[in-house]
Design a protein around this ligand. Structure first.
Ligand code: NDP
Length: 260
């Protein structure tokens, strides 16, 4: 029997229990997966994680606003995957040989989702809009598959500073500098989550990807008028979960559960 939790605040909305139960069914595994609300401070987070693993827990997902705290905890008390180090955030925890291990499957989840959809990224121009945690997590996996990455953010200096952490080859600037054609355009801002339109004029792309899921997206609405192939972040959610499940159980699920 495997025991999993997702730690967040709020966490009642999380679809992770249903997603992982569907994965477990695929392999005939018996699991428990519950939501764990945690007060938003480091001491409470550490206490929740330690109690969970001391009580025989197998693996934990970490969602907002704890991904950076989980990174700090693993840096101090355990160790980190390369993806977690570059993302400076952790969304998946487990014990490896008794030591706390933190991974970040978000960025690879996005790349895998695009691959599932038949979008080849090698040598393609990919512009990422936003310079927050989600963008930080996807840059390295995009570079690894050979994409030519640009980053544009409302606050230009954040995009420039972020790009410099990864490579001098990344073009970075303000959203107002976005122009011309990109093979893939990824909206990794939280504008859609807050019901806002992006302050960008026009864009052209073959593929438009909205990281947010389950909300109307003015970004995708515009992209559709340009005949772009349009996707929301539901597949990224499933793919990051697949990678967590694989880390915890050794099985890579292929099902795409519909939990909406
Ligand atoms: P952050 O809060 O770390 O960053 C938010 C970014 O959005 C900043 O760059 C900010 O710009 C920008 N932004 C916010 N509002 C606006 C606006 N009105 N116009 C233009 N830019 C704006 O968020 P995350 O990076 O963690 O998450 C970004 C999105 O990705 C969220 O919608 C989240 O739900 C989604 N996501 C989806 C996942 C999935 O599995 N599908 C996984 C992870 C994230 P500035 O710097 O100027 O403030």
């Amino acid at each position: 029997m495997y025991h999993f939790i997702v730690i967040g605040n709020p966490v009642a909305h999380s679809k992770s229990p249903q997603i992982h139960q569907a994965f477990a069914k695929e392999f005939g595994l018996s699991i428990s997966y519950r939501r764990q609300l945690c007060p938003v401070d480091m001491a409470s987070f550490v206490a929740v994680v330690e109690a969970f693993f001391a009580g025989g827990g197998t693996g934990a997902n970490v969602t907002l606003p704890f991904k950076e705290m989980a990174f700090e905890m693993c840096a101090k008390l355990g160790y980190l995957s390369e993806h977690a180090k570059t993302a400076k955030a952790v969304n998946t925890l487990c014990l490896k040989e008794g030591e706390l291990y933190g991974d970040n499957t978000d960025g690879q989840g996005l790349v895998n989702d695009l691959s599932d959809k038949g979008v080849c990224l090698q040598g393609k121009t990919v512009a990422v809009l936003g310079a927050g945690g989600a963008t930080r997590g996807v840059i390295a996996p995009l570079l690894q598959v050979g994409a030519k990455v640009s980053v544009f953010n409302r606050t230009a200096k954040k995009a420039i500073a972020l790009a410099q952490e990864f490579s001098d080859d990344i073009i970075a600037g303000g959203l107002d500098e976005l122009s011309g054609y990109y093979d893939v355009l990824i909206n990794a801002t939280s504008a859609t989550a807050t019901g806002q339109s992006l302050p960008i004029q026009q864009f052209e792309c073959q593929v438009a990807y909205e990281m947010m899921y389950g909300k109307p997206s003015p970004f995708l609405d515009y992209a559709r008028t340009q005949n772009a192939r349009c996707f929301d972040g539901y597949g990224m959610l499933i793919n990051q979960a697949r990678l967590s499940f694989q880390l915890w159980t050794g099985n890579h699920p292929l099902s795409m559960p519909v939990v909406w």
